[in-house]
Design a protein around this ligand. Structure first.
Ligand code: THU
Length: 160
């Protein structure tokens, strides 16, 4: 029997000041896009932005539906849009930010499992790490340097 342990490191930025210059605009776009969310049921507004190697920024926000599971998270809206529009472009970085209309969000949150699986598959497909940032309405910003860190023991696409 072998006991295995997985750990990962991530960066906590006290403010946007210490974030790399090239990603500041990307974060601003996600924050801007958060307000485009269609979230009448949860009141939880999520914005996302994806930076591609060609310099394009693709954005998304969560889109809910009265038949609840039919909605989609912001990061999947952004990633699927990027994948559909620029299928061969490397994804360099992804930002996810939330605002809860019911209480102040002053801490970052992390993506749901389904979104992590989707993020991971794009990372595996391009064989290049994707930097991920999480932030709330205010407060610290978390930077994770690879999706695989967020998704140990993932479902491997090559199993199919
Ligand atoms: N949501 C996201 O957009 N991203 C996540 O990673 C977690 C949850 C959305 C889905 C739903 O519209 C609302 O937040 C509440 O779950």
């Amino acid at each position: 029997m072998i006991h295995k342990k997985e750990t990962f490191e991530y960066i906590v930025h006290d403010s946007i000041e210490s974030v790399s210059e090239e990603h500041k605009e990307l974060i601003a776009k996600a924050v801007e896009n958060r307000e485009q969310a269609y979230a009448p049921y949860s009141g939880f507004y999520v914005g996302s932005s994806v930076l591609l190697a060609n310099g394009e920024i693709v954005t998304g926000s969560n889109q809910e539906n009265a038949a609840y599971p039919s909605g989609l998270c912001a990061e999947r809206v952004a990633l699927f849009s990027a994948g559909a529009t620029y299928p061969n472009e490397i994804i360099k970085a992804l930002v996810v930010t939330c605002r809860n209309t019911k209480k102040l969000t002053d801490q970052p949150f992390s993506s749901c499992g389904a979104c992590r699986q989707v993020m991971l598959e794009y990372e595996l497909k391009q064989d290049e790490d994707i930097i991920v940032y999480y932030l709330g309405e205010q407060g610290p910003i978390i930077q994770v340097n690879a999706v695989k860190d967020l998704m140990p023991l993932h479902f491997p696409p090559d199993a199919l």
